[in-house]
Design a protein around this ligand. Structure first.
Ligand code: DC
Length: 256
């Protein structure tokens, strides 16, 4: 079972999804990290991000895993490498190819079939899990998303805005798994909301739909006290607390 949190880069998906997972006692899944792994593997293999014929088999053959907060590619910790600007740009390019998406979607479905997840990405509610009992589509203004990201990375807002526009265009215009809200998604504009307000709204929605694991008020997780949004993909972002392959999930989450 999965709570789907989709939206564009910088809308606060990672921070919100992580906090909601901690609050509910679910496991957090960062689907973007998987596309980033494909991009990194392609770079290392000398495969161009436009080379669909080569990227499909490459993606299908990757061993992508999660160990607590670490992202593992073939057993190697790539948590930092997948967050560089070059890999971010390539992740957006490799993710347009249907064969790459098919390989990642299959893997994501395997993971979420094995427990209770809060998964964030672009197509969780539309493609990966159209039957999700709660779909949230997070947005924020372009300027606010760029501002949040620039505040973390130290880049100037204009530079971030330009790169963000290019990624947004690729994410929304691609033919498969395009970024869009599912018809039954709850849309939340986070532009003028605090992280706590957004998390509280999503948790309330989950509880109102019976998607709970822990009794109300028993969060017990220190991560949700983080006071600020952290843009996904930031070098400063803490790595995602994703589940290990075949091992217990991170301390804040309990896969079932
Ligand atoms: O969420 P993120 O910025 O880490 O994602 C990196 C790239 O992966 C992003 O440009 C779009 C792509 N992506 C995707 O196509 N589908 C997803 N479910 C998640 C990410």
């Amino acid at each position: 079972m999965v709570i789907a949190i989709d939206g564009p880069a910088g809308a606060g998906k990672s921070t919100v999804a992580r906090a909601v997972a901690a609050e509910l006692g679910f496991t957090y899944l960062d689907s973007g990290a998987m596309y980033r792994c494909v991009a990194l593997a392609a770079r290392e293999a000398g495969v161009d991000a436009e080379d669909a014929a080569a990227l499909g088999p490459l993606a299908a053959g990757l061993e992508i895993g999660f160990d607590g907060r670490r992202v593992l590619l073939g057993g190697r910790d790539v948590s930092d490498e997948i967050r560089t600007p070059a890999v971010s740009a390539d992740a957006s390019r490799v993710s347009v190819h249907p064969a790459v998406r098919a390989a990642m979607v299959e893997r994501q479905r395997e993971l979420i079939a094995a427990g209770r997840y809060v998964a964030e990405g672009r197509d969780i509610g539309t493609v990966v899990s159209p039957d999700s009992p709660l779909k949230v589509f997070l947005t924020a203004s372009d300027e606010e998303r760029a501002r949040r990201r620039a505040a973390e990375t130290g880049e100037d807002v204009e530079t971030v805005l330009a790169a963000q526009k290019a990624r947004d265009a690729r994410d929304t215009e691609r033919e498969h798994g395009a970024l869009r809200a599912a018809a039954d998604a709850v849309e939340l504009d986070t532009t003028s909301l605090s992280l706590e307000e957004v998390v509280a709204q999503v948790v309330a929605l989950a509880r109102s739909r019976g998607l709970t694991k822990r009794p109300t008020g028993d969060s017990g997780d220190p991560e949700r006290t983080s006071p600020q949004f952290v843009s996904e993909g930031s070098p400063e972002s803490p790595p995602s607390p994703c589940p290990s392959e075949g091992s217990p999930a991170s301390p804040s989450s309990e896969a079932q």
